[in-house]
Design a protein around this ligand. Structure first.
Ligand code: C2E
Ligand code: MG
Ligand code: MG
Ligand code: MG
Length: 288
């Protein structure tokens, strides 16, 4: 039963741990081969602006096409390759691919790329970004980097300097999964962000109409986050919007932008390119 297996996990010796360690090792070994074979692909998920339903850009999300396992989610392997630093070459590859693909779009929309704390701490992101922009010819203003709160934990001053330099180049910085990490209000004030990307868990909580735990309403928390964003002059985006109702609710609460399955699932580069052409109101059309 579930209870029995739960109990097993508390044992001091668990053969499953060995199994897990073996699996990790095998996966890392496969990763090395896959990286050499280019078995990775970048998918793109649309981001929209509430005020006029404009398509504002896409987030780049990496996928691993494992030769035997099929598609492996980044949730399963990013953490693994962060530990041994292989996220650095993979992250560079994703950045380059995303910028290259964005250059083929029919409108100059934004491309958001996830950056791991390991890339921040152990590689020269300023150089990587500068050379990628130069090679792909993507204007810096079209690139947004998504950092999680864990990027802010170590070496604060170095990270602040890096972010300031990136922003001087015109690159935008978003704080991803906001609310799930450990960042305090002082982090928000100290680090130069352009955008707050509020975590899906808050969005899910706000969409649940009844609150059985008696704690403060999820909607009030979102309102507080939005007020904070306003005070700090940060743009806002909500992630994980799966229905029209939730989208409407978030718009009413005061979010500026959204991303989620309701607007579009992560899609191939070709599909993203086509979506820009088909979208009824993208930025370029609004400006012209
Ligand atoms: P994230 O950056 O917070 O990306 C959003 C994740 O939520 C994506 O999962 C996306 O597919 C999923 N998602 C989007 N809309 C919805 C929705 O409406 N409902 C639900 N249930 N899920 C939604 P994905 O692609 O599996 O990526 C997971 C995480 O892996 C990302 O979370 C990001 O932290 C990381 N990741 C993905 N690609 C990269 C990358 O190139 N580099 C790094 N460092 N991390 C990456
Ligand atoms: Mg992200
Ligand atoms: Mg996120
Ligand atoms: Mg997330």
């Amino acid at each position: 039963s579930a209870k029995a297996s739960g109990k097993n996990r508390l044992c001091f010796y668990d053969p499953k741990l060995d199994e897990y360690a073996m699996l990790r090792l095998a996966l890392l070994n496969d990763f090395r081969k896959s990286f050499a074979n280019h078995d990775f692909v970048v998918l793109y998920q649309p981001q929209i602006r509430f005020s006029d339903n404009a398509l504002i850009g896409f987030e780049a999300l990496v996928r691993w096409h494992h030769p035997e396992r099929g598609i492996v989610s980044p949730i399963e392997f990013i953490h693994l390759i962060e530990e041994n630093g292989m996220i650095i070459p993979l992250g560079k590859w994703v950045l380059n691919q995303a910028c290259k693909d964005a250059m083929t779009w029919s409108a100059p929309l934004q491309i958001a790329v996830n950056v791991s704390p390991v890339q921040i701490e152990r590689s020269n992101m300023l150089l990587t970004v500068a050379s990628t922009l130069e090679n792909t010819e993507l204007p810096a203003s079209r690139l947004e980097l998504e950092l999680t709160e864990s990027s802010l934990m170590c070496d604060g001053d170095n990270t602040i300097n890096l972010l300031n330099e990136l922003r001087q180049q015109g690159v935008k910085i978003a704080l991803d999964d906001f609310g799930t990490g450990y960042s305090s209000l002082s982090y928000l004030q100290r680090f130069p962000f352009d955008k707050l990307k509020v975590d899906r868990s808050f969005v899910i909580a706000a969409s649940n109409h009844t609150n059985s735990d008696g704690k403060s309403d999820a909607k009030s928390i979102l309102s507080a986050i939005l007020q904070l964003a306003q005070v700090l002059n940060l743009e806002t985006i909500a992630e994980g919007v799966e229905t029209q109702e939730v989208g409407t609710l978030l718009h009413e609460l005061g979010f500026e932008n959204a991303q989620g399955y309701f607007y579009g699932r992560p899609m191939t580069a070709d599909q993203a390119k086509q979506l820009i052409i088909d979208w009824p109101h993208n930025i370029e059309q609004n400006n012209s």
